[in-house]
Design a protein around this ligand. Structure first.
Ligand code: FES
Length: 87
């Protein structure tokens, strides 16, 4: 299971396997702007401070994915149990 931590507040939010990070954040009243919700548009790109992203979008370049400092929470997940977002 994935846990997202909000850097500014320390709040931790669990992301169930059948939910996206955007959905889990919305349930905790943290709204991320989205558009395509499928990894195409880049609207939802959010800065990542810690943890390793499991990128599932097609909008970040290979180099940007490699940098591991941002991800698309509408579709991407993490390969570490905790992902800290700059929110
Ligand atoms: Fe389009 Fe996430 S909403 S990439």
């Amino acid at each position: 299971p994935l846990t997202i931590q909000i850097a500014s507040t320390g709040q931790q939010i669990g992301v169930a396997a059948d939910r996206t990070a955007v959905q889990a954040l919305a349930a905790a009243e943290i709204d991320i702007m989205t558009s395509c919700e499928q990894g195409f548009c880049g609207t939802c790109i959010t800065r990542v401070l810690a943890g390793k992203c499991d990128h599932r979008d097609i909008c970040l370049t290979g180099e940007e994915k490699e940098r591991n400092d941002a991800f698309t929470p509408c579709c991407s997940r993490a390969s570490t149990p905790l992902l800290v977002l700059d929110l």
